[in-house]
Design a protein around this ligand. Structure first.
Ligand code: PXG
Length: 464
């Protein structure tokens, strides 16, 4: 990996960052005190920081660098497209080759009759598009009252006004006047934390039936859609019990509402199939995509829409679009990224080879005294930290305190494994090799050991 050494000293970069750069989802004052870690270069599954440390990135950036860092083909695709046509819009009776080719490719890859793509610059934008698509669809069908959308607590769909409202993150709702009207939330299928004495499948059914209860409470004639991630990502990699999705599909079918699968994380091989909807066997009318679509090399997202919805929307003028919808450089890079995923059989390898290997190793972390359960689908996984496995006890300390302490040890041990409250999560590049998986597990185990020692030293080894 070529080291970039001609930069300012780390402390100066940190000071400039603290003075001028406002970070997403961060407490700026804390960051300024602690000093950020400055990432300078990358290759494969590894990052390098401004001190020359090599870090194993078990989060693939922010769940997105599916083909790994340093792919020259993607650099070339961007450079080629920038020379040819760096920008043009698709608003006023024009189109361009990258957007056409990418839409056609996505229609080929997406299941069922999901054949039409509305492009956006990000997952948040795409979910904002989805709100307007759903409401416009029903209005055009003569049922404008069907504007209510049901989503889930602790789901994540973005942080703009619309997508942040669909999401069920109380921290997001508490700032800036969210949620917008006519968005309603039901419970999440998070058995470990919320299942109490119930068996997982019994709990999964109960949580799915909250959808039916909510539809009946709101009046089926007022409900337009249900949105969910096939596997919750930012909420802590929550894998629903097996009973959950079949029941959700039954309810969606029964009441004829639209199902939106937010595939921003689950899409493009993350779960071992092209889309999480295939892994979970669900039939969405709309899928939200972003992240792995371009492996994060360019900002691009979108909505893949079924024939029926596209036909209804297509019969009227849809007054919606972004300057960068279908951006030619982003689309060209995404197309090349899909070629790599397909030709190198990366999705198949996750399903058949490296995914099962990671699962076996990752589940062995439950032998650690602080790890209660391990959940993993393809290459997104989580472990629950607990002071008492048998009772699935939470720590007495404020939720996230212990998770942060373990995360801090991961960071020190050059492993990017994040925490969501007291769950540790991974989502490595899909190209991670078996020996890199071994290194991931080795560093995770070491970090758990050290984290646990720190938790005990701090007097925090106590159940709530
Ligand atoms: N849907 C899902 C399922 C996501 O995970 C978005 C939509 C929004 O995408 P954009 O491109 O607008 O960010 C996401 C994004 C975290 C974290 O803490 C996760 C995301 C974004 C920021 C932080 O894990 N996911």
């Amino acid at each position: 990996m070529p080291a970039i050494t001609n930069h300012m000293p780390t402390a100066e970069l940190q000071a400039l960052d603290a003075a001028h750069h406002m970070h997403p989802f961060s407490t700026q004052a804390d960051l300024a005190k602690r000093g950020v870690r400055i990432i300078t270069s990358s290759k494969g599954c590894f990052l390098k920081d401004s001190e020359g440390e090599e870090i194993l990135d078990a989060m693939a950036g922010l769940w997105c660098v599916n083909v790994g860092y340093g792919r020259e083909e993607l650099v070339e695709a961007a450079a080629r497209q920038m020379r040819e046509l760096p920008y043009y819009n698709t608003f006023f009776m024009t189109s361009h080759i990258p957007a056409i080719a990418l839409a056609a490719k996505l229609a080929e890859l997406a299941p069922g009759d999901l054949n039409h793509v509305f492009f956006a610059g990000s997952g948040s934008e795409a979910n904002d598009t989805n709100i307007r698509l759903v409401r416009t669809y029903w209005a055009e069908k003569g049922q404008p009252e069907r504007k209510k959308i049901i989503a889930r607590w602790n789901g994540y769909h973005g942080s703009s006004m619309g997508s942040g409202s669909l999401g069920g993150m109380v921290g997001i709702h508490s700032q800036g006047g969210l949620p917008i009207p006519d968005i309603h939330h039901i419970g999440q299928p998070h058995w470990w934390a919320e299942g109490g004495e119930m068996m997982p499948d019994e709990f999964g059914l109960m949580r799915a039936r909250e959808l039916e209860e909510m539809i009946l409470e709101l009046g089926p004639e007022n409900v337009g859609a249900f949105i969910a991630e096939p596997v919750q990502g930012a909420g802590g990699v929550i894998v629903a019990p097996d009973s959950y999705w079949p029941e959700i599909q039954r309810i969606v079918d029964k009441y004829g509402i639209l199902l939106i699968a937010d595939e921003v994380i689950c899409g493009f091989g993350r779960t071992g199939n092209w889309f999480g909807s295939q892994t979970l066997n669900i039939r969405p009318h709309i899928m939200t995509i972003a992240k792995g679509l371009s492996s994060g090399y360019q900002p691009i997202g979108g909505s893949i829409v079924c024939d029926e919805v596209a036909a209804v929307i297509g019969a009227t003028e849809f007054n919606h679009g972004y300057t960068y919808s279908g951006h030619p450089v982003a689309a060209a890079v995404a197309l090349e990224n899909l070629r790599i995923l397909e030709e190198e059989k990366i999705v198949d390898r996750v399903r058949e080879e490296t995914g099962p290997y990671l699962k076996e190793k990752f589940e062995s972390l439950t032998e650690h005294p602080m790890v209660g359960e391990a959940k993993i689908v393809g290459m997104m996984g989580s472990i629950a930290l607990t002071p008492h496995k048998e009772s699935r006890a939470k720590f007495a300390a404020e939720a996230g305190t212990v998770g942060y302490m373990v995360r801090e040890r991961c960071f020190a041990n050059n492993l990017i494994m994040r925490h969501v409250y007291d769950r540790m999560i991974i989502s490595p590049p899909l190209v991670i090799s078996k020996s890199e998986i071994d290194l991931l597990i080795e560093r995770a185990w070491k970090s758990l050991d050290e984290g646990m020692a720190n938790v005990k030293d701090a007097g925090l080894w106590a159940s709530a």
